[in-house]
Design a protein. Structure first.
Length: 198
């Protein structure tokens, strides 16, 4: 059984440009920037940046990735993890409060709901990036690109195994619904190949 670590992180710097991209805004008009700033202020203190993770031994045989108690058949994942002997498996979430606000404003003010969706997408991506950078620094390792279940030929059903191995629901309040979607919605699970620095 792998040792799973839980980490609560500080809010990473906000990337306004990324949030605008998620909102589908081609140009940053002043009123949109103002509304985006208001959405961020409203949600900022309600976000809870949490990650649970473990390192697993990795063997790649053709299209099969064997990671201790977890095995995945995926040519795309095998390619992403090629050359690595260990893999970082993690789940990350910014909590359920943003889902509640998105639902509320989706009914009352759809434009604000859209901006909150964009803020949430930017925040979870920023959390994943910050976590990976911190992991590299703390462990003197280099990480490859993140790879999530449902991408390419990696079965979405793999989410079940990831959530089970990490015990995400107990550790960070992250679980799967019947459609294999993560809840809270602004959450990510991922595999990342670990490349040792020589």
């Amino acid at each position: 059984m792998s040792v799973v670590t839980v980490k609560r992180m500080e809010a990473p710097p906000f990337r306004e440009r990324e949030a605008l991209r998620y909102a589908g805004c081609a140009e940053a008009r002043e009123e949109i920037l103002e509304e985006l700033g208001e959405a961020l202020v409203e949600v900022r203190d309600r976000l809870d940046y949490r990650v649970c993770y473990c390192e697993l031994p990795l063997t790649v045989r053709d299209d099969r990735c064997e990671m201790g108690e977890l095995a995945v058949a995926s040519a795309h994942l095998a390619k992403a993890l090629s050359g690595c002997e260990r893999v970082l498996l993690f789940g990350a979430t910014i909590g359920v409060e943003i889902d509640r606000l998105i639902a509320k404003y989706g009914r009352l003010a759809p434009a604000k709901g859209l901006l909150l969706q964009a803020v949430g997408a930017e925040r979870i991506e920023a959390l994943c990036d910050a976590f990976c950078k911190e992991y590299e620094k703390e462990n003197d390792d280099s990480l490859g690109a993140r790879f999530s279940a449902g991408y390419g030929d990696c079965p979405l059903e793999t989410q079940r195994d990831i959530v089970r191995v990490l015990d995400c629901q107990k550790r960070i309040g992250l679980f799967l619904n019947e459609s294999l979607l993560l809840s809270p919605s602004k959450s990510v699970t991922a595999f990342v190949g670990i490349k040792e620095n020589l």
